[in-house]
Write a protein that binds this ligand. Structure first.
Ligand code: NAD
Length: 458
């Protein structure tokens, strides 16, 4: 079956049309990867490191072109797209160095002269299933560690980011041995076919699919990790500067049309919500909405017509449930999947919009009486990716941060933004399996082997 990827700002712009990889094609790709993996794992760590540096150089050399393709294929505003490509280059360089880290540990053996060692070894073929919203950084924050530690990689990108994945494979090919990094375009069926064949699996996407992936991987007895949705809260304490908090929350909620797993979906305001809410509405209304190719655009289109409908329906449903629309709530006129940044208040914390991820430019403001209520509301959802707190009181920040059920906590900072050298992941329905990025990535892409060596004559 043919797969099409179209530009969300100009849906008549067909970015790429390719055949989906069926089970036969996936089988062939994984077979080739498995053959190539042996040689790659046997190469010296210095060779693998140099290859990743060359891959970083290739991507850096094509940064402008890849940025433009990202703007065109997934509608990411150009400044964010350029930053993502630069980050991806940084990720490749970072894991090029990690390939040279110690690859094991020694322990006291049964005899003082004995060696008791534990050494890391690659899993074999790493399968990656990725979403469209960070179409270069996510595939690479998985592929770079997988490759650094000696695995071959088969990537099944989101159908909506197919052109970018194929371009990435072309750019990386000269730096790597044949078949060590391959892309299989396709949707759910291609992903399922891959899951049946690879040696470990890393998934990023929605909760429903992530759970299916984890179940299927466990059924086969292969290790897996799934990074899934978020419904991230920013708690604004009464001692915070409301204007500053509002400016940050506006960007974190609406930047790239709210299509980040780390986007702020809930602003929880302790005490009088008036000054913060007013400042937030002003800040959101001041965001530049429009063509993502224009420098200065903060909010581009959402990815599909269906995604746009979801945002508008979520706003209508919130109003029907007693919420008040503070701004937005409507699709924009004309071509392209644009929708106005939308804010709602007046909803109880158990309202649907305050409980479920929409994945678009829509957020709720929830007023609470005190810090205990703030924690209860922040934690009262099935997600637990990232939480943030705005306050000028470090003691309160520390106490609150300690009580939040999220994998990442940021103080006086937006919920968005990822530091690739630290572990990344969430709690509850947001994550399954070991953490990604930083040194943590090694846990999925390697296994350990314990080796005992005794003196020949005891
Ligand atoms: P999605 O779950 O629809 O798709 C993700 C990937 O899974 C795609 O490649 C898709 O083709 C594939 N897929 C779909 N059904 C499958 C199946 N049954 N078996 C195997 N593969 C299948 O998600 P999306 O719309 O591409 O991305 C948006 C979601 O991703 C949001 O929920 C967002 O929060 C989440 N996300 C999470 C993180 C994170 O790190 N936690 C980062 C970015 C996005």
């Amino acid at each position: 079956m043919a797969l099409q990827s179209r530009s969300p700002q100009r849906p008549d712009d067909l970015v790429v049309e390719v055949e989906e990889a069926d089970a036969v094609a996936v089988d062939q790709a994984v077979g080739l990867a498995r053959k190539a993996a042996g040689g790659w794992a046997a190469a010296s760590a210095l060779e693998r490191s140099a290859a990743l540096v060359a891959a970083a150089d290739a991507l850096a050399g094509a940064a402008g072109e890849v940025t433009d393709l990202m703007v065109r294929e997934v509608g990411k505003p150009v400044a964010e797209a350029a930053a993502e490509v630069a980050r991806a280059v940084g990720i490749l360089r970072y894991y090029a160095q990690q390939a040279l880290d110690p690859d094991g540990e020694t322990y006291p053996g049964p005899d003082p002269a004995a060696l008791l060692l534990s050494r890391r070894r690659p899993r074999g073929v790493a399968g990656l299933i990725t979403p469209w919203n960070f179409p270069v950084a996510i595939p690479l924050w998985k592929a770079a560690p997988a490759l650094a530690f000696g695995n071959a990689v088969v990537l099944k990108p989101s159908p909506d980011a197919t052109a970018l994945a194929l371009r990435l494979a072309e750019l990386l090919a000269p730096a790597l041995p044949n078949d060590v990094f391959q892309v299989v375009p396709g949707g759910a069926e291609t992903g399922r076919a891959m899951l049946e064949r690879v040696d470990c699996m890393s998934f990023t996407g929605s909760v429903a699919v992530g759970h299916q992936v984890a179940v299927a991987a466990t059924g086969r007895g292969i290790p897996s990790q799934a990074e899934m949705g978020g419904l991230n809260a920013t708690i604004v304490l009464s001692d915070a500067d409301p204007e500053r908090a509002a400016t940050v929350v506006a960007g974190a909620a609406m930047g790239y049309a709210g299509q980040k797993c780390t986007a702020t979906s809930r602003a929880i305001v302790v005490g009088d919500p008036g000054p913060f809410t007013e400042a937030l509405v002003t800040a959101v209304q001041g965001l530049a909405v429009g063509d993502p190719a224009e420098e200065g655009t903060v909010v581009g289109p959402v990815i599909t017509d269906q995604a746009r409908r979801r945002v508008v329906e979520a706003a209508q449903e919130a109003v029907a449930a007693g919420g008040r629309l503070l701004t937005g709530g409507k699709a924009a006129e004309g071509t392209g999947w644009f929708v106005a940044p939308t804010l709602v208040n007046g909803l109880p914390p158990d309202a649907h919009l305050a409980q479920e991820e929409v994945f678009g430019p829509i957020a709720v403001v929830l007023a609470v009486a005190d810090e205990n209520d703030a924690v209860r509301v922040a934690n009262g959802v099935r997600y637990g990716l990232v939480g943030s707190v705005f306050t000028s009181d470090l003691d309160r920040a520390l106490r609150l941060a300690d009580r939040l059920d999220t994998g990442m906590i940021r103080v006086n900072a937006p919920t968005t933004g990822v530091d690739y050298l630290a572990p990344f992941g969430g709690e509850k329905d947001s994550s399954y399996g070991p953490r990604e990025q930083g040194k943590a990535a090694r846990d999925l892409y390697t296994s350990t082997r314990t080796i005992t060596i005794l003196p020949h004559e005891g």
